[in-house]
Ligand binder design. Structure first.
Ligand code: HT7
Ligand code: ZN
Length: 889
């Protein structure tokens, strides 16, 4: 397969003004008729006079130009295109094709999920339904007719407004939809099925009434309240924060159970992975509830950032995804708590994006070439892309940023544009020069900020030197310094903030956070007027996506951990302190943690003033994979041992404190009476209650590292009487630690009980698979193999595949990296099995193996061998071919 390159971009030679589509729907064989109004694009270079349409896996039945059936000599069809020779400047093209939804296991184009038919068109799925100019800079008005069996598919949905419905002979019926907004083909959708619906409505700021319809399988109708509330909150938030109103009279969401990603923002008809719609306190964790709110908001926000203003080409993907992730992160921060949201976002960035940026798949936020665009829906495009928008928002300040986004919406509404157009709006509305900032879009790799400081006591001057560099990434050996905001504060001995005044500034500047701008490879900042040597609180709010190094003493980190008013910096100090202790324990296994660490931990645990949700973050140890990223070569076993040992030591040293805090927090929870299976109160789903549960379950997690009978009983009780899935799963996680110990019976009982309770609920059963796949017990690999043969495992359901294979490979470092290579073998076998069925998913699952260079020589050899084995297979997909090429060559 050949790469597509940004530098080769050419405007489309033809435009499609209107697309009239008719789908005669059937799971086995669907007929798609298209009538396209096509004209030559005056802004494009004239080619050879022929029209090239994209089309894959289509059986062409009829073709006519301006109502004249075309003889075969006038067109050429191959596996990927339909070329019609010598077309006029303006014409209508009619085609009729046959497709096979039930045979579509890739879940791109039209496919079946359970008993329903649905589509996924982004990025290039539309071409699997009809011949088209399937590229985002071709925007057409769509009118759609759906015809199907009325009993099997009573609900027929597409984008825009419902126009008409008819009953047809032979038990069939018809629905017509028309979307008044021109859109690229990737935003097309249809859904057909026997679906239940819940309804609500929303009055926009200008007083228009929008009907909100949420569709699901009938048995799930009572689990959609949270998604609907989240949608309404997102609609209001977008009006208040960006002045963006919804533009159609109807907004629909459909929950489907077979879905490659989280959700899809099709115009007026969002299609969602059921995981991001369905929730009740008994079946979904607090994290699930937060995930639903964030994904519902994300897809809704795309209506402006993605749909009204779309991407010129797929290299610009971050234009819509980076901006929309930024918007959903800010929405979630406003709903649930700013510090805790930011910490979660930073944690995710460090866990996934930083390794990507340091590995073989590193690419700029705006990539310059791809073989398979599905491989570029990455954390770099999404999450790092959001960081770039966040930095621009910070450099501009809130008022100017709002003026810049207003300008963006006004200038580009209805267009397909580039990240460059976005940055130009930031500049034009603010007067700032972002020339150097643009490097963030072009250069891959995470910049490192090396900071040092010295203190001149006599003068009260504190000098901070910041050097920035970025290591080479594939294809980019040289990097230039970047422009970024560095937010910081200065903390005194008593924990209070000190003034942050730079030398030469005329007016006194008080204490608090200050944003400095970095542009050079080396910069020195001189802070004056200080009465004592401060501890710098650097990169507050994680103001730039960088790795910052500063030679803090343990005592300084402890001070920040206890007193930094910036929650993110407080958390970061705790992480650095724990990381230091843990990496020392990896090198010298039996070292006890310094008493100062235990004391700092105890102090935070006992902090009654701080938000429990923040404390849960501060007291969580860095993950095994994060610790691995800090090492030259990942010592998988050493890290696991050290982390477990430290948790045992904390649990032993602070048993009483942990128990006290546990009980104090647990008192808030309603519990179920097992016999009556009912709760005394409704579970509280407020952010405050979620924070309390997070801290309580963190305590339980520590306690279960050194469980005596009392702790075991407490964990069993929590599991058995939990009123929420959050508490039940935390109990189960504790008990499953007993697998392969002499108390294994308790783990098995709980797992059996869980299965019996929830075997009919696919999303909960996913948790049952995942929790077992992630257990660090020695027998896990064998159990994962057994679970692959379990009656409830299905290779055709991406959620199930992710919950077993993905959870094992990406979420269980110690078992996946077993020294004999058994984990690697399992992943390679499953990827090989999946690739012919669903290459998009196969290529994503492979990711843990692509990081092979990070490991010791023996593991490298084993991982490489599996990758080579996959590459040697006949007929691998372009998706896999591209990833294997990048990580092996
Ligand atoms: N814009 C969507 C990205 C997407 C996708 C979604 C579902 C299945 C396949 C997909 N390919 C690409 C999702 C989003 O970012 O909102
Ligand atoms: Zn998105």
């Amino acid at each position: 397969p050949k790469p597509t390159r940004l530098e080769d971009y050419q405007p489309p030679e033809f435009l499609i003004d209107r697309a009239e589509l008719r789908f005669d729907l059937d799971a086995v064989e669907t007929l798609v008729s298209a009538a396209l109004e096509i004209r030559r694009n005056p802004a494009a270079k004239r080619g050879d006079g022929s029209l090239r349409l994209d089309g894959e896996q289509l059986e062409l039945l009829e073709i006519a130009l301006d109502d004249r059936a075309l003889p075969p000599v006038e067109y050429v069809v191959d596996e990927r295109t339909l070329v019609v020779q010598r077309v006029p400047d303006r014409f209508q093209l009619r085609t009729r094709v046959r497709i096979h939804p039930a045979a579509n296991t890739a879940l791109e184009g039209l496919y079946i999920s359970g008993d329903m038919l649905c589509t996924q068109c982004e990025a290039e799925g539309f071409r699997r339904m009809t011949y088209f100019l399937d590229r985002p800079d071709v925007m057409a008005r769509f009118a759609v007719t759906l015809v199907a069996d009325a009993t099997r598919y009573p609900v027929l949905l597409s984008n825009g407004n419902p126009i008409d419905q008819e009953t047809l002979p032979g038990g069939r019926h018809l629905a017509r939809w028309e979307d008044p907004f021109p859109k690229p083909s990737y935003l097309f959708a249809l859904v057909a099925g026997d679906l239940a619906r819940i309804e609500d409505s929303f009055t926009t700021a200008s007083g228009r009434e929008v009907a909100l319809h949420l569709y699901m399988e009938p048995r799930n109708r009572d689990k959609c309240g949270h998604a609907m509330r989240s949608l309404k909150a997102a609609m209001r938030w977008d009006e208040e924060h960006y002045g963006r109103e919804y533009d159609l009279d109807l907004f629909m969401i459909v929950a489907v159970s077979h879905f490659n990603m989280g959700a899809m923002e099709n115009k007026g008809l969002n299609v969602f992975n059921a995981k991001y719609v369905l929730a009740s306190p008994e079946t979904a964790t607090d994290q699930d509830f937060a995930g639903i709110a964030s994904v519902v908001a994300h897809e809704y926000f795309h209506n402006w950032t993605g749909n009204r203003i779309t991407c010129r080409d797929w290299f610009q993907l971050s234009l819509k995804e980076g901006f929309t992730v930024f918007r959903d992160q800010e929405f979630s921060a406003d709903q649930g708590g700013r510090d805790v949201q930011r910490i979660a976002d930073v944690r995710a960035l460090r866990a996934r994006q930083f390794p990507e940026d340091a590995g073989p798949m590193a690419h700029p936020v705006r990539p310059s070439s791809y073989i398979e665009i599905n491989n570029f829906y990455t954390t770099t495009v999404y999450e790092k892309g959001a960081e770039l928008v966040r930095m621009q928002a910070r450099l501009l300040g809130p008022e100017r940023f709002r003026a810049a986004t207003d300008l963006y919406f006004q200038r580009h509404d209805g267009q397909a544009v580039t990240t460059e157009d976005f940055v130009r709006c930031m500049e034009d509305a603010s007067g700032l020069d972002l020339t150097q900032f643009r490097r963030w879009y072009e250069q891959a790799g995470t910049p490192v900020l090396e900071c040092t400081a010295d203190w001149e006591a006599g003068q009260g001057t504190y000098r901070l030197e910041v050097r920035q560099h970025t290591d080479p990434t594939p294809g980019q050996p040289e990097k230039s310094p970047r422009h970024m905001p560095l937010a910081l504060g200065l903390i005194g001995t008593d924990g209070r903030e000190l003034p942050v005044q730079l030398a030469g500034e005329p007016a006194p500047i008080g204490p608090g956070t200050r944003v400095l701008e970095l542009r050079e490879a080396r910069q020195v900042f001189e802070f004056v007027g200080l009465s004592e040597r401060p501890v710098p609180s650097l990169l507050r709010g994680f103001s730039a996506p960088v790795k910052l190094r500063f030679p803090y003493s343990d005592e300084e980190l402890t001070r920040l951990m206890a007193a930094d008013p910036d929650g993110v910096a407080r958390w970061n100090a705790a992480q650095q302190l724990a990381e230091r202790v843990l990496l020392a324990m990896v090198v010298t296994p039996d070292t006890p943690p310094p008493q100062a660490f235990i004391d700092a931990f105890a102090a935070a645990l006992g902090d009654q003033e701080a938000d429990p949700a923040l404390l849960a973050e501060v007291l969580a140890l860095p993950s095994e994979s994060y610790l691995g990223d800090q090492m030259q070569a990942v010592d998988v076993d050493g890290i696991h041992r050290a982390r477990e040992a430290l948790m045992v030591q904390v649990a032993t040293a602070l048993r009483a404190d942990l128990l006290e805090r546990y009980h104090a927090l647990h008192r808030f929870e309603p519990v179920t009476d097992q016999a009556a299976a009912s709760t005394d109160r409704e579970p509280d789903l407020s952010p405050a209650a979620m924070g309390r549960r997070a801290l309580k379950n963190l305590c339980l997690g520590y306690l279960m590292r050194a469980p005596d009978d009392a702790v075991l009983a407490l964990c069993q009780r929590q599991y058995a009487t939990a009123a929420t899935m959050t508490d039940r799963i935390a109990g189960l996680r504790g008990l499953i630690r007993l697998r392969d110990t002499d108390q294994a019976e308790l783990a098995e009982q709980a797992l059996t009980d869980f299965y019996q309770r929830w075997s009919q609920d696919a999303l909960v059963l996913d948790k049952w698979f995942a929790i077992q796949a992630q257990a660090s017990a020695p027998g896990t690999l064998g159990r994962v193999k057994q679970l692959l043969r379990h009656a409830n495992f299905s290779i055709g359901n991406p959620n199930r595949v992710r919950s077993l294979i993905g959870a094992f490979a990406a979420g269980n470092p110690v078992c996946f990296h077993a020294a004999d290579g058994g984990g690697y073998r399992l992943l390679a076998e499953q990827v090989a099995r999946l690739d012919p069925l669903n290459p998009q998913l196969a290529s994503r699952l492979l990711h843990p193996l692509t990081q092979w260079r990070r490991h010791d020589a023996s593991r490298q050899a084993l991982m490489r061998a599996e990758l080579e084995g996959l590459r040697a297979r006949d007929g691998i997909s372009p998706d896999l071919f591209e990833v294997l090429g990048k990580c092996l060559d």
